[in-house]
Design a protein around this ligand. Structure first.
Ligand SMILES: Cc1cc2nc3c(=O)[nH]c(=O)nc-3n(C[C@H](O)[C@H](O)[C@H](O)COP(=O)(O)OP(=O)(O)OC[C@H]3O[C@@H](n4cnc5c(N)ncnc54)[C@H](O)[C@@H]3O)c2cc1C
Length: 405
């Protein structure tokens, strides 16, 4: 395992076991260890591991990274091209290019190193297989021998994780994303350098993206789960139209994304969930790294509070506090993005027109990408409120139809 782990003695019962070394789990483990908890971080894969993801870090993600994290930024997007199913293409310029493009294998390995440096013990190639609780102890079984015990478990095992099932996370929206990492020649790399493409697709709520990363472009499509054949056809068409179907992809994968119901649980007893495992994700953009980093931080702090709790009532108060903090920090964002998604799924042309023809709307989105405001701020502008009202009043119109305005 390449991640250095502190040679601390193995306790009979860990203070905290974190499951999954993505942005949520690595952050939770770093914060819990930094708060003095004896912390074990388990990861099913061997680190560094591939993760299907655009690897786009918006300002909110960059702000939530630990200071000084060595980050290999492959490109920074200052140009955003929007298109409506291949038509009405328009490029807008960021005031301040902030959207950093990285490989997730590298980001997640760096975050895991930071957790180890804070004192967490890291065990990769170790998958949780089941967990149960009795009294003040959670028992975790893995594919590697003897059961492990902890006072608190943080499930950060992603969108299809076992801990989410154990906690009973309920989802309001489940989508399927298909993505390739396509090697590109020097001319194609030049064409994409510094520019991200977002194209509203032909299926309800769908879009495609191209993220430049030097001699590789990450490109993919996403839509509601349930139409995999149509989504694959959209992906093939999208890649062909953007000249990204020529070389054999380095990776060609699919992954589900999930957005929670607002009242979905975030804990069961001494087991908390964070990041994708808690289905914390932007409904519209499916941006999830900032949600994972921020909820991982809150979960690491909550674990320390649970440990300090003198009795089970205080444990419940600490986990309730975690739920409230998640709602304060991320709840308004998710509610606003759910509204935006409803408008967009019904009428992508309206959202396209607002972003490409109405400068104040682009400035709001640009500020959100830069991390100066949130989706909630976009949706509270009079313009966005009117667009939301109009968007739901208008008849549904696929992205292939003529744009409004
Ligand atoms: C195609 C696609 C593109 C995306 N693009 C972007 C983007 O550009 N920007 C953005 O912000 N968000 C993006 N997202 C969302 C983002 O990828 C997720 O929100 C983010 O990865 C969530 O981080 P996490 O730590 O919660 O989970 P993950 O990153 O999924 O990490 C979970 C970890 O848990 C491990 N694990 C799973 N089961 C077990 C087990 N039983 N035992 C031990 N370990 C286990 C996994 O191996 C994994 O390492 C994208 C998502 C998809 C599907």
């Amino acid at each position: 395992m390449p991640v250095p782990s502190h040679p601390s003695p193995t306790p009979r019962t860990w203070d905290v076991i974190v499951v999954g070394a993505g942005p949520a789990g690595a952050t939770a483990a770093r914060v819990a260890a930094g708060n003095g908890c004896a912390t074990l971080l388990l990861e099913r894969a061997t680190i560094p591991r591939y993760k299907t993801c655009g690897g786009g870090l918006i300002g909110a993600s960059l702000a939530a990274l630990p200071p000084g994290l060595p980050l290999n930024v492959l490109d920074t997007a200052g140009l955003f091209t929007f298109a409506l199913n291949g038509r009405a293409e328009r490029t807008r310029t960021s005031r301040e290019p902030t959207c950093a493009l990285v490989f997730r294998s590298e980001l997640d390995a760096a975050l895991t190193e930071a957790a180890a440096a804070a004192g967490a013990t890291v065990r990769d190639a170790t998958a949780l297989t089941s967990l149960d609780q009795e009294g003040d102890t959670v028992t975790v079984r893995t594919n590697r021998g003897d059961p492990l015990r902890a006072r608190v478990v943080i499930g950060a095992d992603g969108s299809a994780g076992r801990v989410a099932r154990y906690v009973g996370v309920r989802c309001a929206q489940v989508d399927l994303a298909l993505e390739v990492e396509a090697p590109v020649d020097a001319r194609t790399a030049d064409r994409w350098r510094g520019r991200v493409l977002l194209e509203w697709g032909p299926l309800p709520g769908s879009f495609g993206w191209v993220f430049p990363k030097g001699d590789v472009c990450t490109a993919g499509v996403v839509a509601a789960r349930g139409t995999p054949v149509a989504l694959r056809a959209y992906k093939d068409d999208f890649l062909r139209r953007h000249g990204l179907d020529t070389a054999t992809p380095l990776h060609d994968t699919g992954h589900l994304t999930r957005c929670r119901q607002p009242d979905s649980p975030l804990a069961r007893g001494r087991v908390l969930v964070a990041g994708d495992a808690a289905a914390l994700l932007d409904h519209w953009s499916r941006e999830g790294i900032s949600y994972a980093l921020r909820s991982g931080d809150l979960a690491g702090r909550a674990a320390a509070r649970v440990l300090a709790a003198p009795d089970e009532e205080a444990v419940r108060a600490a986990t309730d506090h975690y739920g409230r903090r998640i709602d304060e920090v991320l709840g308004a964002e998710m509610r606003a993005s759910a509204t935006l998604m409803r408008v967009f799924a019904r009428n992508p042309a309206l959202v396209h027109t607002a972003l490409t023809r109405l400068p104040p709307m682009w400035r709001r989105l640009d500020a959100y990408i830069a991390g100066h405001s949130g989706v909630a701020e976009i949706m509270t502008t009079p313009l966005a409120r009117a667009a939301a009202a109009l968007g739901t009043a208008l008849p549904a119109r696929p992205a292939g139809g003529p744009p409004h305005g």
